[in-house]
Design a protein around this ligand. Structure first.
Ligand code: CP
Length: 309
């Protein structure tokens, strides 16, 4: 396969396994590029990309911007908080105004699930979903799988447990789709109140006991409790959550085998994971961030190749 089967990256749900492998092979090349002394290639000098963020972000926003600049694209950045959205301008009007400045691609983070899909049906640019509410965060799942592949030599046949606030997590859903497409086995672990009822219909196992889940897995992806998306109280207190679902060094050492620890960030240190675990040799959290640039370069490069056709 030499090109993606899609014109937008709206979710992992819309990708084929071959798309993921093509993105990884392209990211392997770009990872080598960004470790050179000159970290830039001229590939996208004729492409203009708008990063439009309606929600806060550190990793995704900076990583996309760096990926675009490493590919020599022209980049404009838009944050809803400092824009005319505050004066009532709609999403379509906002994006169409940006596109009239001859923009080819839009990277968008938005609080509403499906915002990227809506945009792709209403504007002419290629759209990359940088996280839409609790729906999908496709580039996060791609960089997560790429990091597992790098640490363990592959994803097929690996057992991955996603721990914590599955209900409010776009990272969980995109990871489930990506891992299953590549032949990994996936379980989720957390309090029943934070596990959506439909999850088993996706072929995902459910385990409410953290120690059992960790003894089963090769990789544990620890998620943040997303208080900002919670309209109710889903567990008694942070202290009780941490007692039952927090990963600490004592639990890690007591397991039957050495597992790989991941976290998409931002971390609530001392809640879902202790600092000594997050900063340990078993953690690949900063590898995930590093790999995010190569993965996003690959996605942008492959989608831009389709625009140029
Ligand atoms: N992992 C992730 O999406 O982090 P940001 O919200 O900082 O972009």
């Amino acid at each position: 396969m030499s090109e993606l089967s899609v014109n937008h990256l709206l979710g992992i749900k819309y990708l084929k396994e071959e798309d993921i492998q093509l993105i990884f092979e392209t990211a392997d090349h770009f990872k080598e590029v960004i470790n050179r002394s000159i970290k830039k290639v001229p590939s996208l000098r004729d492409i203009t990309i708008a990063n439009i963020f309606f929600e806060s972000s550190t990793r995704t926003k900076l990583s996309f911007e760096l990926a675009e600049k490493r590919l020599s694209a022209d980049v404009i950045n838009f944050s809803a908080g400092q824009s005319s959205v505050k004066k009532g301008e709609t999403l379509i009007d906002t994006v169409n105004n940006i596109l009239s400045m001859k923009v080819d691609m839009v990277v968008m983070r938005h609080p509403n699930p499906g915002a990227g899909i809506f945009l792709s049906k209403n504007v002419s640019a290629s759209i990359i979903n940088a996280g839409d509410g609790a729906h999908e965060h496709p580039t996060q799942a791609l960089l997560d799988s790429f990091s597992i592949r790098e640490r363990l030599g592959g994803v097929a046949g690996k057992k991955v447990v996603i721990v914590g606030d599955i209900l409010h997590s776009r990272v969980a859903l995109s990871n489930i789709f990506a891992l299953q497409l590549q032949g990994a086995e996936v379980k989720v672990c957390g309090p029943r109140t934070l596990i959506p009822k439909y999850i088993e219909s996706l072929g995902v196992g459910v385990e409410t006991n953290l120690r059992k889940a960790l003894n089963w897995c090769d990789v544990a992806n620890m998620l943040r409790i997303q208080k900002e998306r919670m309209d109710l109280s889903y567990f008694p207190s942070n202290r009780e959550y941490t007692q039952q679902y927090g990963l600490n060094k004592a639990i890690l050492k007591s397991l039957e085998k050495e597992i790989v620890v991941m976290h998409p960030g931002p971390i609530n240190r001392g809640v879902e994971i202790t600092s000594d675990v997050a900063d340990s040799g078993q953690s690949i959290i900063l590898d995930q961030v590093e790999n995010g640039v190569a993965i996003r370069m690959a996605v942008i490069y492959l989608l831009a190749s389709k625009i140029k056709q």
